[in-house]
Write a protein that binds this ligand. Structure first.
Ligand code: HEM
Length: 415
């Protein structure tokens, strides 16, 4: 196993230092995860000053543990927690977050999730099959004759954004704008964003919010057969969604609807090519396609860490003491390669039958878009390999220097 020079472990105190900007780490975090599993699966991350968990059982358990939440301000005030005041230059960004499904806890979370969930159950999503197939084929028609392509821009990015825009009833010619707003907003999830990033994310939030406000106004007068109209007209317990809730939910669905899938698609192509997995085997039957996709998601997840707040003072089984308001980091991608759960975990083996990966999370906030993401992958990956026999790297792919979205800078392919 190559050394993990970006990592220092002090096992007695369970303190770990990881330099996330070191290419030795972010190009392939698997080596660091293997060292963490061997020496310190629950650890205090020095640079971030909080506890992190890498073991499968612990991450899975904490995601489902109702003593933890994505939000804390429903059970304590900023003053009580010694939290700094909201930054005025992030007001528009914060307003979107405040009403976002992902940032809410029950009962507000339950109400919003129930409203949108119907559109995302597998039975509904299956109806998108012909549309996604046609879209994937049309995109390939556009570059097939060139003999080469940068796959992220020409394919991996376009499929998910087009599909989620259509579902919501947002005109698909808005796709470039949606991508621009979303890219600028998700930079906020990087560790310690700069002031410039914050200002830009706030501008993007304001523009995105204004656009959706006017679209919602238009849809009230011109209802369609789409999710946005459904959210506007549906009542839950005699209540409708407020404009702020509608806008936040639409932004979350549009952003979450493509940011992760783009990278999962790129990472999947990369792992299939790197491991020399023959497409004829990987995609031989529907069951093979399913197994291949799940193994790609386990092995090459796009989202590596999510955070939770301790909602009260808690002492965990292994003696770790947390105070109300402390944050913990749950390393989904590290859990996916825990040798206690998956045998020979760094090997890519679609035929393993060892239980689910955690790439879509678990518990209350389990990814609502999982059936959609799975269908997009199940269709767009096999079609790509079938249409372009001999598909191979044109240049060696590089992982981008952004640990939170583990994806490629670009993916240059030829055939
Ligand atoms: C491969 C692609 C995807 C991955 C890896 C992924 C991963 C995740 C994960 C890990 C969570 C849970 C976060 C947490 O527990 O804190 C989540 C939540 C969520 N995802 Fe996805 N996602 C993907 C695609 C999608 C798509 C296509 C949509 C489309 C709508 C979507 C919408 C959402 C929403 C709305 C939530 C919040 C759910 C809640 O808080 O109840 N995701 N996703």
């Amino acid at each position: 196993m190559p050394a993990a020079p970006a990592l220092t472990v002090h096992a007695p105190s369970r303190t770990v230092s990881i330099d996330v900007r070191n290419p030795a780490f972010f190009q392939n975090p698997h080596w660091t995860y293997a060292a963490l599993h061997a020496h310190c699966p629950a650890f205090f991350w020095e640079e971030r000053q909080q506890w992190y968990f890498a073991g499968y059982d612990q991450v899975n358990g904490l995601l489902r543990d109702r003593r933890f939440g994505r939000q804390i301000l429903h059970v304590a005030t900023r003053d009580e927690l010694g939290m700094s005041a909201p930054k005025p230059h992030l007001a528009d960004f914060d307003r979107l977050e405040a009403n976002s499904l992902l940032e809410l806890e029950p009962p507000a979370h339950t109400r919003l999730r129930t409203l949108v969930n119907r559109a995302f159950v597998s039975r509904q999503i299956e109806q998108l099959r012909p549309d996604i197939t046609a879209l994937a084929n049309r995109l390939i028609d556009g570059f097939e004759k060139d003999g080469e392509v940068e796959l992220l821009k020409a394919y991996a990015e376009i499929v998910p954004v087009t599909v989620i825009a259509r579902m919501l009833g947002v005109p698909t010619d808005m796709a470039p704008k949606l991508l621009d707003w979303s890219h600028r907003m998700v930079k906020m999830y990087m560790f310690q964003p700069t002031l410039e990033t914050e200002l830009d994310a706030n501008r993007a939030s304001s523009e995105f919010g204004d656009y959706l406000k006017s679209l919602i106004g238009w849809k009230r007068a011109n209802p369609g057969d789409d999710l946005l109209t459904h959210m506007i007209v549906t009542e839950k317990d005699g209540e409708r969604l407020s404009d702020d809730e509608l806008i936040s939910t639409a932004v979350l669905l549009l952003n979450a609807g493509h940011e992760a899938t783009v990278h999962q698609l790129g990472n999947a192509v990369r792992v299939l090519l790197e491991t020399g997995t023959p497409a004829a085997t990987a995609f031989a039957s529907d069951a093979d396609i399913e197994r291949t996709i799940e193994e790609c998601m386990r092995h090459a997840a796009p989202l590596h860490i999510f955070q939770r707040y301790a909602l009260s003072d808690i002492e965990l089984e292994d003696g770790i003491k947390l105070k109300k308001g402390d944050q913990v980091g749950l390393m989904l991608a590290a859990a996916n390669v825990d040798p206690k759960k998956f045998s020979d975990p760094l090997a890519f083996r679609p035929d393993r039958n060892e239980g689910p990966h955690l790439s879509f999370g678990a518990g209350l906030h389990f990814c609502i878009g999982a059936p959609l993401a799975r269908l997009e992958l199940k269709l767009s990956l096999p079609i790509l390999f079938e249409r372009l026999p001999g598909l191979r790297f044109k240049t060696e792919p590089k992982v981008s220097d952004n640990y939170h979205f583990h994806g490629l800078e670009r993916l240059d392919l030829t055939w």
